[in-house]
Design a protein around this ligand. Structure first.
Ligand SMILES: NC(=O)c1ccc[n+]([C@@H]2O[C@H](COP(=O)([O-])OP(=O)(O)OC[C@H]3O[C@@H](n4cnc5c(N)ncnc54)[C@H](O)[C@@H]3O)[C@@H](O)[C@H]2O)c1
Length: 315
Protein backbone atom coordinates (compact mmCIF):
# COMPACT_ATOMS: atom_id res chain seq x y z
CA UNK A 1 0.00 0.00 0.00
CA UNK A 2 1.16 3.57 -0.78
CA UNK A 3 2.59 5.48 2.20
CA UNK A 4 0.45 8.19 3.74
CA UNK A 5 1.34 11.54 5.29
CA UNK A 6 -0.15 14.44 7.15
CA UNK A 7 1.42 17.71 5.96
CA UNK A 8 0.76 20.82 8.04
CA UNK A 9 1.15 24.17 6.25
CA UNK A 10 0.24 22.49 2.94
CA UNK A 11 -0.87 25.75 1.27
CA UNK A 12 2.39 27.51 2.06
CA UNK A 13 5.51 27.91 -0.07
CA UNK A 14 7.43 24.79 1.00
CA UNK A 15 4.45 22.71 2.18
CA UNK A 16 2.74 22.91 -1.23
CA UNK A 17 5.92 21.68 -2.98
CA UNK A 18 6.27 18.82 -0.49
CA UNK A 19 2.63 17.71 -1.04
CA UNK A 20 3.09 17.88 -4.81
CA UNK A 21 6.17 15.64 -4.71
CA UNK A 22 4.62 13.14 -2.28
CA UNK A 23 1.54 12.83 -4.51
CA UNK A 24 3.75 12.36 -7.58
CA UNK A 25 5.48 9.54 -5.73
CA UNK A 26 2.10 7.89 -5.17
CA UNK A 27 1.62 8.82 -1.48
CA UNK A 28 -1.77 9.63 0.06
CA UNK A 29 -1.68 13.07 1.67
CA UNK A 30 -3.83 14.90 4.19
CA UNK A 31 -3.00 18.61 4.23
CA UNK A 32 -3.94 21.12 6.93
CA UNK A 33 -3.70 24.89 6.52
CA UNK A 34 -5.62 27.85 7.95
CA UNK A 35 -4.46 30.45 5.38
CA UNK A 36 -2.75 32.51 8.06
CA UNK A 37 -2.55 36.20 7.11
CA UNK A 38 1.28 36.46 7.17
CA UNK A 39 0.83 37.20 3.44
CA UNK A 40 -2.03 37.39 0.95
CA UNK A 41 -4.19 34.29 1.38
CA UNK A 42 -4.97 34.34 -2.37
CA UNK A 43 -1.40 33.17 -3.04
CA UNK A 44 -1.87 30.24 -0.67
CA UNK A 45 -5.19 29.33 -2.31
CA UNK A 46 -3.38 29.32 -5.68
CA UNK A 47 -0.67 27.03 -4.25
CA UNK A 48 -3.41 24.65 -3.14
CA UNK A 49 -5.38 24.47 -6.40
CA UNK A 50 -3.32 21.75 -8.19
CA UNK A 51 -3.34 19.66 -5.00
CA UNK A 52 -7.12 19.81 -4.69
CA UNK A 53 -7.44 18.22 -8.13
CA UNK A 54 -5.57 15.10 -6.93
CA UNK A 55 -7.77 12.21 -5.76
CA UNK A 56 -5.20 11.11 -3.17
CA UNK A 57 -5.19 14.55 -1.50
CA UNK A 58 -7.53 15.54 1.30
CA UNK A 59 -7.63 19.11 2.58
CA UNK A 60 -8.57 20.34 6.04
CA UNK A 61 -8.84 24.14 6.10
CA UNK A 62 -8.60 24.72 9.83
CA UNK A 63 -6.37 26.19 12.51
CA UNK A 64 -4.03 23.60 14.04
CA UNK A 65 -4.68 25.12 17.43
CA UNK A 66 -8.33 24.06 17.28
CA UNK A 67 -8.78 21.27 14.72
CA UNK A 68 -9.31 17.73 16.10
CA UNK A 69 -5.96 16.08 15.32
CA UNK A 70 -6.23 12.48 16.45
CA UNK A 71 -8.12 11.26 13.36
CA UNK A 72 -5.76 12.96 10.87
CA UNK A 73 -2.80 11.48 12.71
CA UNK A 74 -4.26 7.98 13.14
CA UNK A 75 -4.89 7.52 9.43
CA UNK A 76 -1.39 8.61 8.37
CA UNK A 77 2.01 6.97 8.82
CA UNK A 78 4.15 10.11 8.58
CA UNK A 79 3.71 13.69 9.82
CA UNK A 80 5.55 16.59 8.19
CA UNK A 81 5.04 19.68 10.36
CA UNK A 82 5.73 22.75 8.25
CA UNK A 83 2.97 25.06 9.47
CA UNK A 84 4.37 28.02 11.30
CA UNK A 85 4.74 31.75 11.50
CA UNK A 86 7.88 32.47 9.44
CA UNK A 87 9.90 35.68 9.00
CA UNK A 88 12.57 37.27 11.17
CA UNK A 89 11.86 40.98 10.84
CA UNK A 90 8.17 40.91 11.71
CA UNK A 91 8.71 38.86 14.86
CA UNK A 92 9.45 41.88 17.09
CA UNK A 93 6.91 43.80 19.16
CA UNK A 94 3.18 43.15 19.08
CA UNK A 95 3.43 40.36 16.52
CA UNK A 96 5.43 38.13 18.88
CA UNK A 97 2.27 36.63 20.31
CA UNK A 98 1.32 35.11 16.94
CA UNK A 99 4.82 33.59 16.69
CA UNK A 100 4.41 32.00 20.10
CA UNK A 101 1.01 30.63 19.14
CA UNK A 102 1.78 29.34 15.64
CA UNK A 103 5.31 28.09 16.28
CA UNK A 104 5.32 26.91 19.90
CA UNK A 105 1.75 26.21 21.03
CA UNK A 106 0.74 24.56 17.76
CA UNK A 107 3.82 22.29 17.79
CA UNK A 108 3.18 21.30 21.40
CA UNK A 109 -0.47 20.51 20.59
CA UNK A 110 0.52 18.27 17.66
CA UNK A 111 3.17 16.46 19.72
CA UNK A 112 0.58 15.86 22.48
CA UNK A 113 -1.79 14.35 19.90
CA UNK A 114 0.97 12.17 18.44
CA UNK A 115 2.45 10.76 21.65
CA UNK A 116 1.48 7.13 22.10
CA UNK A 117 0.35 6.85 18.47
CA UNK A 118 1.97 4.47 16.04
CA UNK A 119 3.59 6.80 13.50
CA UNK A 120 6.73 6.15 11.48
CA UNK A 121 8.23 9.66 11.61
CA UNK A 122 7.52 13.24 12.67
CA UNK A 123 9.59 15.63 10.55
CA UNK A 124 9.77 19.19 11.90
CA UNK A 125 10.61 22.30 9.84
CA UNK A 126 13.22 24.10 11.93
CA UNK A 127 15.51 26.87 10.75
CA UNK A 128 19.07 28.15 10.53
CA UNK A 129 17.76 31.09 12.62
CA UNK A 130 18.28 28.96 15.73
CA UNK A 131 22.06 29.53 15.32
CA UNK A 132 21.85 33.33 15.44
CA UNK A 133 24.79 35.56 14.59
CA UNK A 134 27.52 32.95 14.79
CA UNK A 135 31.15 33.21 13.66
CA UNK A 136 31.38 29.42 13.51
CA UNK A 137 31.10 29.07 9.74
CA UNK A 138 30.22 26.71 8.22
CA UNK A 139 27.88 25.98 11.11
CA UNK A 140 27.46 22.39 12.26
CA UNK A 141 24.57 20.97 14.28
CA UNK A 142 26.85 20.77 17.34
CA UNK A 143 27.05 24.58 17.52
CA UNK A 144 25.20 25.91 20.57
CA UNK A 145 21.99 27.58 19.33
CA UNK A 146 21.79 31.32 20.13
CA UNK A 147 18.90 32.88 18.18
CA UNK A 148 19.23 36.54 17.19
CA UNK A 149 15.51 37.16 16.58
CA UNK A 150 12.23 36.43 18.38
CA UNK A 151 11.34 34.17 15.42
CA UNK A 152 14.48 32.09 16.06
CA UNK A 153 13.58 31.84 19.75
CA UNK A 154 10.13 30.41 18.98
CA UNK A 155 11.48 27.92 16.42
CA UNK A 156 14.19 26.78 18.85
CA UNK A 157 11.53 26.30 21.53
CA UNK A 158 9.47 24.21 19.09
CA UNK A 159 12.52 22.18 18.07
CA UNK A 160 13.33 21.60 21.76
CA UNK A 161 9.77 20.37 22.34
CA UNK A 162 10.29 17.85 19.53
CA UNK A 163 13.43 16.65 21.32
CA UNK A 164 11.52 16.37 24.64
CA UNK A 165 8.73 14.27 23.12
CA UNK A 166 11.35 11.99 21.57
CA UNK A 167 13.21 11.54 24.87
CA UNK A 168 10.13 11.16 27.07
CA UNK A 169 7.54 9.52 24.83
CA UNK A 170 9.60 8.01 22.01
CA UNK A 171 7.95 10.16 19.32
CA UNK A 172 10.14 9.40 16.26
CA UNK A 173 11.19 12.98 15.57
CA UNK A 174 13.66 14.44 13.08
CA UNK A 175 14.18 18.23 12.93
CA UNK A 176 15.51 19.84 9.77
CA UNK A 177 17.16 23.25 10.04
CA UNK A 178 16.40 24.83 6.66
CA UNK A 179 18.75 27.52 5.36
CA UNK A 180 17.06 30.33 3.33
CA UNK A 181 14.75 28.56 0.91
CA UNK A 182 13.97 29.94 -2.55
CA UNK A 183 12.23 28.86 -5.76
CA UNK A 184 8.77 29.14 -7.35
CA UNK A 185 5.99 30.21 -4.90
CA UNK A 186 8.51 31.71 -2.47
CA UNK A 187 6.85 33.86 0.20
CA UNK A 188 6.51 37.46 -1.02
CA UNK A 189 8.27 38.84 2.08
CA UNK A 190 11.51 36.98 1.22
CA UNK A 191 14.49 38.66 -0.43
CA UNK A 192 14.95 36.84 -3.74
CA UNK A 193 11.27 37.03 -4.73
CA UNK A 194 11.10 40.72 -3.89
CA UNK A 195 14.37 41.38 -5.84
CA UNK A 196 12.95 39.62 -8.91
CA UNK A 197 9.65 41.51 -8.66
CA UNK A 198 11.50 44.85 -8.44
CA UNK A 199 13.76 44.03 -11.39
CA UNK A 200 10.81 42.91 -13.54
CA UNK A 201 8.77 46.02 -12.58
CA UNK A 202 11.74 48.40 -13.01
CA UNK A 203 11.49 49.37 -9.35
CA UNK A 204 14.26 50.03 -6.84
CA UNK A 205 15.63 47.05 -4.91
CA UNK A 206 16.09 47.76 -1.23
CA UNK A 207 19.12 45.99 0.26
CA UNK A 208 19.46 46.08 4.03
CA UNK A 209 23.11 46.37 5.13
CA UNK A 210 26.06 46.56 2.72
CA UNK A 211 24.94 43.70 0.48
CA UNK A 212 28.10 41.74 1.28
CA UNK A 213 26.36 39.56 3.86
CA UNK A 214 26.21 35.93 2.78
CA UNK A 215 23.29 33.53 2.76
CA UNK A 216 23.26 29.79 2.17
CA UNK A 217 20.39 29.69 -0.34
CA UNK A 218 18.66 26.34 -0.71
CA UNK A 219 16.42 25.41 -3.62
CA UNK A 220 12.95 24.30 -2.53
CA UNK A 221 13.16 20.91 -4.30
CA UNK A 222 16.28 20.10 -2.29
CA UNK A 223 14.37 20.92 0.90
CA UNK A 224 11.55 18.61 -0.22
CA UNK A 225 14.03 15.80 -0.91
CA UNK A 226 15.62 16.26 2.52
CA UNK A 227 12.16 15.96 4.12
CA UNK A 228 11.47 12.66 2.38
CA UNK A 229 14.94 11.30 3.21
CA UNK A 230 14.36 12.29 6.86
CA UNK A 231 11.00 10.51 6.87
CA UNK A 232 12.29 7.30 5.32
CA UNK A 233 15.62 7.00 7.18
CA UNK A 234 15.95 4.99 10.41
CA UNK A 235 17.36 8.03 12.35
CA UNK A 236 15.25 9.37 15.24
CA UNK A 237 15.79 12.20 17.71
CA UNK A 238 18.24 13.85 15.31
CA UNK A 239 18.69 17.41 14.04
CA UNK A 240 20.05 18.04 10.54
CA UNK A 241 21.06 21.18 8.64
CA UNK A 242 19.58 21.42 5.14
CA UNK A 243 21.47 23.86 2.97
CA UNK A 244 23.46 24.12 -0.21
CA UNK A 245 26.73 24.44 1.71
CA UNK A 246 27.69 27.28 -0.70
CA UNK A 247 27.01 30.74 0.75
CA UNK A 248 26.67 33.69 -1.64
CA UNK A 249 26.71 37.48 -1.08
CA UNK A 250 23.38 39.26 -1.55
CA UNK A 251 24.93 41.57 -4.20
CA UNK A 252 26.15 38.52 -6.11
CA UNK A 253 22.57 37.23 -6.24
CA UNK A 254 21.43 40.57 -7.64
CA UNK A 255 24.15 40.44 -10.32
CA UNK A 256 23.04 36.92 -11.34
CA UNK A 257 19.41 38.10 -11.48
CA UNK A 258 20.48 40.96 -13.77
CA UNK A 259 22.25 38.52 -16.09
CA UNK A 260 19.34 36.07 -16.16
CA UNK A 261 16.63 38.69 -16.66
CA UNK A 262 18.62 40.87 -19.04
CA UNK A 263 17.63 43.92 -16.99
CA UNK A 264 19.60 46.29 -14.82
CA UNK A 265 18.86 46.40 -11.10
CA UNK A 266 18.58 49.75 -9.32
CA UNK A 267 19.75 49.19 -5.76
CA UNK A 268 19.28 51.37 -2.68
CA UNK A 269 20.98 50.47 0.60
CA UNK A 270 19.24 50.81 3.96
CA UNK A 271 20.54 50.14 7.50
CA UNK A 272 20.73 46.55 8.77
CA UNK A 273 17.43 45.27 10.13
CA UNK A 274 17.15 44.08 13.71
CA UNK A 275 17.30 40.30 13.89
CA UNK A 276 19.18 39.87 10.58
CA UNK A 277 22.41 37.92 11.04
CA UNK A 278 25.61 38.68 9.13
CA UNK A 279 26.24 35.38 7.34
CA UNK A 280 24.77 31.90 7.15
CA UNK A 281 26.59 28.85 5.90
CA UNK A 282 25.39 25.29 6.50
CA UNK A 283 27.78 22.48 7.29
CA UNK A 284 25.90 19.70 5.48
CA UNK A 285 28.33 16.92 6.41
CA UNK A 286 25.89 15.26 8.84
CA UNK A 287 22.90 15.06 6.51
CA UNK A 288 25.12 14.00 3.61
CA UNK A 289 26.78 11.29 5.68
CA UNK A 290 23.69 9.92 7.47
CA UNK A 291 20.93 10.48 4.91
CA UNK A 292 22.88 10.65 1.64
CA UNK A 293 21.59 14.18 0.97
CA UNK A 294 23.31 16.04 -1.86
CA UNK A 295 21.93 19.42 -2.97
CA UNK A 296 21.08 19.06 -6.63
CA UNK A 297 20.02 22.49 -7.87
CA UNK A 298 22.68 25.19 -8.21
CA UNK A 299 21.85 28.85 -7.57
CA UNK A 300 21.85 29.97 -11.20
CA UNK A 301 19.41 27.23 -12.30
CA UNK A 302 17.20 27.75 -9.27
CA UNK A 303 17.04 31.52 -9.82
CA UNK A 304 16.24 30.99 -13.49
CA UNK A 305 13.28 28.78 -12.52
CA UNK A 306 12.04 31.33 -9.99
CA UNK A 307 12.26 34.17 -12.56
CA UNK A 308 10.36 32.09 -15.13
CA UNK A 309 7.68 31.22 -12.58
CA UNK A 310 7.29 34.85 -11.49
CA UNK A 311 7.11 36.11 -15.09
CA UNK A 312 4.31 33.61 -15.75
CA UNK A 313 2.36 34.57 -12.62
CA UNK A 314 2.70 38.30 -13.40
CA UNK A 315 1.27 37.59 -16.88
N1 LIG B 1 11.14 29.71 3.73
C1 LIG B 1 12.29 29.59 4.39
O1 LIG B 1 13.35 30.05 3.93
C2 LIG B 1 12.33 28.86 5.70
C3 LIG B 1 13.59 28.73 6.35
C4 LIG B 1 13.65 28.03 7.55
C5 LIG B 1 12.51 27.47 8.09
N2 LIG B 1 11.31 27.63 7.46
C6 LIG B 1 10.13 27.02 8.07
O2 LIG B 1 9.48 26.24 7.08
C7 LIG B 1 8.06 26.26 7.29
C8 LIG B 1 7.36 26.66 6.01
O3 LIG B 1 7.81 27.96 5.63
P1 LIG B 1 7.26 28.70 4.33
O4 LIG B 1 8.32 29.64 3.89
O5 LIG B 1 6.69 27.71 3.40
O6 LIG B 1 6.09 29.58 4.98
P2 LIG B 1 4.57 29.81 4.55
O7 LIG B 1 4.06 30.92 5.38
O8 LIG B 1 4.48 29.95 3.07
O9 LIG B 1 3.88 28.44 4.95
C9 LIG B 1 3.45 28.14 6.27
C10 LIG B 1 2.00 27.72 6.20
O10 LIG B 1 1.57 27.34 7.50
C11 LIG B 1 0.22 27.77 7.66
N3 LIG B 1 -0.07 27.91 9.09
C12 LIG B 1 0.61 28.67 9.98
N4 LIG B 1 0.05 28.58 11.19
C13 LIG B 1 -1.00 27.71 11.07
C14 LIG B 1 -1.97 27.22 11.98
N5 LIG B 1 -2.01 27.61 13.26
N6 LIG B 1 -2.90 26.33 11.52
C15 LIG B 1 -2.88 25.94 10.22
N7 LIG B 1 -2.00 26.39 9.31
C16 LIG B 1 -1.06 27.28 9.74
C17 LIG B 1 0.16 29.10 6.93
O11 LIG B 1 -1.15 29.47 6.53
C18 LIG B 1 1.08 28.85 5.73
O12 LIG B 1 0.35 28.47 4.57
C19 LIG B 1 7.81 27.22 8.45
O13 LIG B 1 7.64 26.46 9.63
C20 LIG B 1 9.09 28.04 8.53
O14 LIG B 1 9.35 28.50 9.84
C21 LIG B 1 11.20 28.31 6.27
Amino acid sequence: MAPSALVTGCAGFIGSHLCETLLLKGWRVTGIDSFLDNYHSGLKRENLQPLLRQPRFEFVGEDLLKVPLKESIEKNEYVFHLAGQPGVRSSWGGQFNTYVVNNILVTQRILEAIKGQDIKKFVFASTSSVYGNTDALPTGEGQLPAPFSPYGVTKLAAESLCGLYYENYGVPVVSLRYFTVYGPRQRPDMAIGSFIRSILDGKIIIVYGDGMQKRDFTYVEDIVRANILAAECPAEGEVFNVGSGRPVEIMRVIRILEELSGREARVEFMPDQRGDVRDTWADIGKISGMLGFVPSTGLRIGLKRQIEYMKKSIN
